[in-house]
Design a protein around this ligand. Structure first.
Ligand SMILES: [Zn+2]
Length: 123
């Protein structure tokens, strides 16, 4: 009986050691950069594969968060903070070229502002 227990322990220890050593060659154990079975693909290649989905995912995730906030807090979420945008109608400066910050100081819009980069802060 004692020999059977010893043999079982040796077998289990061997299996655990084999599993540990063989898992080091598993690409899934190397963090995010597992190349999705595509040998030689860089992280940029992988990111570009999903480029077309990202805006769709962002919209879906934002809607989910807004829905959850409405259900949990029983109030509508605040609208997203808007920022500079190449389209003057969507830009926070509304095409004026000057962005009024929360504390009241003004900065030039990166898309519609005028002047050189040394005059970034306008009083
Ligand atoms: Zn602007």
């Amino acid at each position: 009986m004692k020999n059977l227990v010893n043999l079982t322990c040796v077998v289990l220890l061997s299996l655990c050691t084999w599993q540990f050593l063989s898992s080091k060659d598993n690409s899934w154990s190397n963090g995010f950069n597992h190349s999705f079975g595509c040998q030689g693909c860089s992280t940029d290649d992988i990111a570009n594969m999903y480029k077309g989905y990202i805006d769709e995912w962002k919209t879906s995730i934002a809607k989910s968060f807004n829905d959850a906030e409405t259900k949990v807090f029983n109030k509508s979420p605040n609208p997203d903070i808007v920022g500079p945008d190449p389209d003057p109608k969507k830009c926070v400066c509304k095409g004026s070229g000057i962005i009024v910050q929360g504390d009241g100081h003004k900065t030039p819009c990166p898309y519609h502002g005028k002047g050189d980069i040394l005059n970034l802060i306008i009083k």
